[in-house]
Ligand binder design. Sequence first.
Ligand SMILES: [Zn+2]
Length: 579
Amino acid sequence: MSNFTPSFLDQVLARTDLVELIARHVELKKSGSNMMGLCPFHHEKSPSFSVSADKQLYYCFGCGKGGGAFQFLMEHDGYSFPEAVEYLAEKAGLEIPQESASKPDDNKRRERALQWLSKVSEVYVRQLFAESGEMARTYLKRRKLPESIVRKYMLGYAPAGYGFMQRCFGEDVRVLAGLEAVGVTVKGDRGYIDRFRNRLMFPIRDRRGKVVGFGGRILADEQTAKYLNSPETDYFHKSDLLYGLSEHRDEIRKRKMLLVVEGYMDVLALAAHDLPIALAPLGTAIGENQLREIFRLHDQPVFCFDGDRAGRQAAWRALERMLPILKSEFAPRFLYLPEGEDPDSLVDKEGGDAFSHRILNDAQPVLQTWLTGLRNLAGKGADGRARMAKKAEAMLVSMTDDYLRQAWRQEAEKATRITLTHNETGGRRYDRTVSVKKRPVNIVQESFMVGLMQKPERLYDLPDDLKRINLDEEGLDRLYRRALDSIRSCGASEFNLIQQLKYEFPDDIYLAKWMNQAAVSDDEFASLIMDMQVAILKRDLTFEKDLSRNLKMQAALAELQKRQKVLRVKLEDSRWGDE
Ligand SMILES: [Zn+2]
């Protein structure tokens, strides 16, 4: 499904009308031979976003974003390349060619899984409105969630007892295995039992709106977790998904308002008060990929937290996570609610208008949140100022936008009346092996990318810590993210990654350069991975203040370096052998 031939891609483009595609999001007016409108990628008051019907290209004279239909879906809606192609192909009524590559089953398996999840979701919905769902309905009434919202977001109910799925879908072994694979049943000693029992069910959708998993809220007072999510699968990555994304994307863009909240019920309560603009992570602290998604959607998101101690700590963690991807074009803000309130309870008390007033007026800019947080952490007096300066400096290191870093440093200097060390190259003082943007391209990271381009299936076996990091150089990182995205979304093993990326980034200098690189052997690639892991660990070590965790990391580092040495010897040997 992902091995698109150039002729297929051309067919898709030939049957796509870019003007129509864009006009769904942007109001376009004829101007000369082009159409013009307000750019959906940056804030502006007079139109500088042009779409050419002849060339089927868009270009913004303000921010420089431009491309064709695939790029638009990727930039605007966050689709991966295969997702964009599939979406447009489907729309044009084109059959997507089934690939002949080595793992064709992956796609089929994934499609089947999504079909199962959609069926299960419908069953849960029916149960909610059946007799057995009374308790769940009572709960929803108590939480004042109107039926229109319950239906729109397809909330459901998983009945009590262990054998509901089996009663519902029958005893066929393949069916039971299918249900287990999507995580709604668990295989035990006595057959398959239901994972979700007596829970209110929230279907969780991916960017395209397909159900990829569930969150279930317990209804009875049992000694179990309040919320239970589907297990991780290759389509359900908790750290990448946001509840409400596919439902709220358009409203967020239209109203230019995005609120990040903590729970599913917050998202829904706000929607019930005509604020369908909230997104929530899936029960975990917000991660870097989720933040990226958020900033792609809106450059001024508001992060909402409880005003108590725990809430302030959570806000601080979110801020720390945000630093590496923060840019001067972004203006995130932090909103603290009165202690003990969450958006759900507060919007119910004061209504939607008062709540949006709060969002507009009470949310404080990220810089202010940072300075206040630093001051609180450091304490009073001269030594407090010194501690604050130190902490500020340590945090500035993780910022990648040079101008923003300078601006923040100046603010921190004003606040502390201490001159901070001007380490323009960020992490250098802390760790020589981790370079930052301004340094020439990190050779290890570039070779790593070349290795990935040559054998995209290597993407599947990458260790998780590598998938989470950003490469130092922005251009390199952009390609890395897209590569990760495309395997995540299509699951196929053999595809021409370079060709796909070239479609996406036609002028990319790296891709041109990498076409004829010497082959990176598997051992060499393994060694590159280790080099990068060592660099990550070393960097993390400098930030890890918790002693026991710090010691654990040191042990892991030592182990890794030992293996690295062994591999290096092996590589040396094989090099001699070549001659
Ligand atoms: Zn623009």
